[in-house]
Design a protein around this ligand. Structure first.
Ligand code: CO
Length: 422
């Protein structure tokens, strides 16, 4: 530790003298562009560029940002009457590939983002176990680790689909889904350490935010094989908004059960019936009864270009979008240009990973006539993404969560793209 501090001190000193030298020799002949700030210049070949910086930032020309989305609990935009009950959507219309930059990962929190000192944070594992244990973050980081690229989707993503919201952007409708590489310890490793008892079939996961969000997790075979307690996201520590310093990851399950700021796991024989799975996060059916513990995010896809509120010109376009399924791999994405009469297979871009965003593409020459663009995905279980009509036939329109119908974008003759309910 002492050595490390010395090394850091020495590096700081070297860096300071390096910039002093740069200013000393260059300041007379060069404009003030030689700073650590990356300022646009007229001719980048005539002015030495900026100095390296300790922690990177994107180009000053890039402006994409998260926006308060259309999820439950917050209206469009950041203004909200429940100031700590936020969600914000990823600008999926602007992303490339399948990974969501950590700084643009969607957010959903129920009473703000806690600032947690990892040295003081603890994870308790107790209940139906032989040896209840308390882990520090450092202890967890020393256990055998695993990494996994997986999507996380808020169960309220696309809730506006139930209500037929008019003229909205894809970020507003679909922004509450993101993909990261997650790193941590497998849940099975911890359960082995505490000696989970055979009769344990459910597990309570509790967060240490001011909402005290807690959810019951069924210990299915998939959960036992795949669940992780994560401390890493896209190669660095979790962002505070994604649960720093520890979160549960249940690939394929609705966002909120991937409990953030995780402090406690309790093993039991039945669901714990927390308010988050009784008063909230259930799906009201037409007959007044409700589905409870609808945990898996079913197959879904959306064209992100061209999409709502965009403006296109006649000529060549690459239709592009994302598809994902909480049950495994996406095996097929079909695209229709005429509102679902004819379908053609889109190209799936590698890698195609289970329970992960999959990028699809289809070249298209727009002739200036009205078109209705749709995408329909199929997952490895054979499940086909439903039309809105078929979804509503089963679920009615009382629901808030788990809307996964085929999305329709109408390209009008003037090139304006609008969401419609075809
Ligand atoms: Co649900």
């Amino acid at each position: 530790m002492q050595d490390a501090l010395k090394e850091i001190g020495r590096r700081r000193f070297l860096r300071r003298s390096a910039s002093a030298i740069a200013f000393g020799t260059a300041a007379l002949v060069l404009p003030a562009a030689r700073a650590e700030e990356h300022k646009p210049v007229d001719d980048p070949m005539r002015v030495p560029g900026a100095l390296p910086r300790p922690y990177g930032e994107r180009s000053p020309f890039e402006k994409q940002q998260r926006l308060g989305g259309a999820g439950p609990g917050a209206p469009h935009g950041w203004g909200t009457n429940a100031p700590n009950n936020f969600n914000s959507g990823t600008p999926i219309q602007d992303l490339h590939g399948i990974i969501t930059p950590s700084a643009l990962h969607f957010e959903r929190h129920h009473n703000g983002v806690p600032a947690i000192d990892p040295d003081r944070h603890r994870l308790l594992v107790h209940g139906l176990v032989e040896r209840p244990l308390i882990f520090t973050v450092e202890e967890l980081e020393r256990l055998p680790s695993a990494s996994r690229i997986a999507f996380l989707e808020c169960s309220g993503n696309t809730w506006d689909g139930w209500r037929e919201a008019q003229d909205v952007a894809v970020q507003d409708l679909y922004g509450l889904t993101s993909t990261s590489e997650w790193t941590g310890v497998k849940l099975s490793t911890l359960l082995e350490a505490v000696g989970v008892r055979r009769e344990a079939t459910w597990m309570l996961a509790e967060g240490s935010d001011a909402a005290g969000l807690d959810r019951s997790v069924p210990l299915t075979e998939d959960v036992l094989n795949e669940a992780m307690i994560c401390y890493g996201q896209n190669g660095e520590a979790l962002r505070p908004e994604q649960g720093y310093p520890l979160r549960l990851l249940l690939p394929g399950f609705e966002g909120n059960i991937n409990v953030k700021w995780l402090r406690r796991l309790k093993l039991g024989t039945a669901p714990f019936m927390t308010r988050w799975e009784t008063a909230k996060y259930t799906d009201l059916l037409p007959d007044g009864t409700a589905y409870q513990f609808t945990l898996i995010m079913e197959a879904k896809s959306v064209i992100t270009y061209p999409s709502g509120q965009q403006q296109i010109r006649p000529g060549f376009h690459e239709i592009s979008g994302l598809a994902w399924s909480g049950r495994g791999r996406v095996t097929k994405v079909e695209v229709s240009l005429d509102g679902g009469r004819l379908w053609q297979a889109a190209r799936l871009q590698e890698p195609v990973l289970p329970k992960c965003h999959t990028r699809f593409r289809l070249p298209w020459r727009w002739n200036g006539q009205e078109a209705i663009l749709q995408s329909r995905c199929t997952d490895e279980t054979g499940y086909v993404q439903p039309t809105r009509q078929d979804l509503v036939k089963v679920r009615g329109t009382n629901s808030v969560y788990h809307y996964n119908a085929i999305q329709s974008w109408r390209v009008e003759r003037d090139g304006r793209v609008r969401n419609i309910y075809a």
